[in-house]
Design a protein around this ligand. Structure first.
Ligand SMILES: [Cu+2]
Length: 119
């Protein structure tokens, strides 16, 4: 390996170390902000027990995201097992900058009398 190559390798290595150090420092400074939670309400469109997630059509989550349909991981197996397609739920979206997001405190809302499913 010639000198020039060796130099550029060293520079790349140093840049990487610096980047990691800076990122680590930023995380520490924001420690208090790494976990946030938001109340959400929505309808269960699909439950994926194996994948530990449910697809929820949710309303606006102020300060976080607008109304949309998306899959949310659910870490609590019992809560996930209780969910059925069509359930209206209230839940808390927990957002952790390092661990991603998931649903907690899932409450299945009683069906509205007018919205009883036709059989
Ligand atoms: Cu969403």
């Amino acid at each position: 390996m010639d000198m020039r190559r060796r130099m550029s390798r060293l520079v790349t290595g140093l840049a990487l170390v610096t980047l990691v150090a800076v990122a680590g420092g930023a995380c520490k400074a924001r420690d208090q902000l790494t976990v946030r939670s938001y109340a959400m309400q929505g309808k269960v469109l699909a439950v994926d027990v194996q994948g530990k997630q449910a697809t929820i059509q949710h309303g606006d989550i102020p300060g976080f995201m607008g109304a949309m349909t998306m899959a949310y991981p659910i870490k609590d197996d019992e809560a996930l097992a209780r969910l059925k397609k069509g359930d209206e739920i209230k839940a808390v979206v927990v957002v952790d900058d390092t661990k991603g997001l998931w649903l907690e405190h899932i409450q299945i809302l009683p069906p509205a009398p007018s919205a009883a499913p036709a059989k």
